[in-house]
Design a protein around this ligand. Structure first.
Ligand code: KG4
Ligand code: ZN
Length: 344
């Protein structure tokens, strides 16, 4: 049995957790930054990095106290080393290095995307490799075949915005505030998903890539026309995203007959309409559908600690010179998709 301390600070959540190799979450704490970023309608990297500096050390002390353990009881320290907002990533990685050095423990530099990709196995002990993963967050929208720890095949990515980014930008233009995803979902419950005609970018194309920039612009035009209320705009936007995710995932499922399950992770997986539609899709392919609990879908320390536990079990640790990486693709062999240069 090994005990891993995990640190996460790549975006706007400061988080730490203690997770053991038997999938027990001994403690976890997350501090969001809504108050800091909401005046700007999105995450301001400099403000995020400063907030991580203020909060990370007390959060680490907090999880150790919650679990009643000390650093000496921990077997390794896992920290997100990218991809993400580089200031925040550096805060978490340097904190992890300092703790590892001071306590003389191994360091594990975790790819944030691997944290999301493996988190379903923390929640579900029966989930076996390989599985098809739809990773939908504020920074990423990818379909990945998860073949093993550190072994990923990327089937698709977004050629422009991520799905969560589209939710956040749509919320901003509809005046719904930040973070946008939960706000859009809430308002959409009072709207008609078929009221506003909106495009479904790339639906029907042979490769399962994503695109959301045109959808967001279409919502902006429909809103500016003054013909539709905010609930109908939100519901129709959400329905268009659902249709895109379902169509693209369908192509990927057809291409991966050996996948043991269809898994969704990342913050957007918290959306009830999206979860419902993906559950139905998995059933059509006779695949188990796995979605981690909501708190494990959005950024947290437990997913980093668990990815650390999986890497530690595989003998994968890092030296203290490991670099923080703003971009870090899970599948280095995946071709660059036109227009997708800014996404990892
Ligand atoms: O995984 P995550 O916490 O952070 C990133 O790594 O990006 O995902 C955050 C994203 C945000 O864009 C947020 O608006 C979106 O997930 N999100 C949602 C919902 N809850 C969070 N999108 C749609 N519906 C939701 N209920
Ligand atoms: Zn994330």
């Amino acid at each position: 049995m090994t005990l891993i301390l995990g640190l996460e600070s790549s975006c706007d959540e400061t988080a730490a957790a203690l997770v053991d190799s038997k999938r027990r979450i001994l403690a976890h704490r997350v501090a969001g930054q809504e108050a800091e970023h909401s005046p700007y309608g999105g995450v301001v990297p400099e403000i995020a990095a400063r907030a991580h500096v203020d909060r990370l050390a007390p959060i680490v002390e907090g999880v150790l106290a919650d679990a009643g353990v000390s650093l000496a009881d921990v077997d390794a320290i896992a920290a997100t080393a990218g991809p993400g907002l580089i200031g925040g990533v550096m805060v978490g990685l340097v904190t992890g290095k300092a703790l590892a050095h001071a306590a003389n423990k191994p360091l594990i530099a975790v790819n944030h995307l691997e944290g999301h990709a493996l988190s379903p196995r923390l929640a579900d002990p029966d989930l076996e490799f390989p599985y098809l993963l739809l990773l939908v967050s504020g920074g990423h929208c990818q379909l990945l075949l998860v073949k093993g720890v550190g072994d990923y095949r990327r089937l698709a990515t977004t050629i422009d915005d991520a799905a969560g980014e589209a939710f956040d930008k749509t919320a901003k233009l509809l005046g719904l505030g930040y973070p946008g995803g939960p706000a859009v979902e809430r308002v959409a419950k009072d709207g008609n998903p078929h009221a506003v005609p909106l495009p479904r970018p790339l639906v029907g194309s042979a490769e399962p890539h994503f695109s959301f920039a045109g959808l967001k612009s279409a919502v902006a035009r429909a809103a500016a026309s003054g013909e539709h209320g905010v609930p109908d705009l939100a519901a129709s936007f959400q329905q268009a995203v659902v249709d895109c995710l379902v169509d693209r995932s369908r192509i990927a499922l057809a291409a991966c007959p050996d996948a043991t399950a269809f898994v969704v992770a990342g913050g957007v997986a918290a959306n009830g309409a999206i979860r419902g539609a993906l559950t139905d899709l998995a059933a059509r392919f006779d695949k188990a559908f796995v979605a981690p609990p909501l708190w494990l879908c959005t950024d947290n320390g437990a997913m980093i600690a668990w990815a650390g536990a999986e890497r530690f079990a595989a003998g994968l640790t890092d030296d203290l010179g490991v670099a923080a990486r703003p971009r870090w693709p899970l599948d280095p062999a995946a071709e660059t998709v036109r227009g997708a240069g800014v996404k990892a």
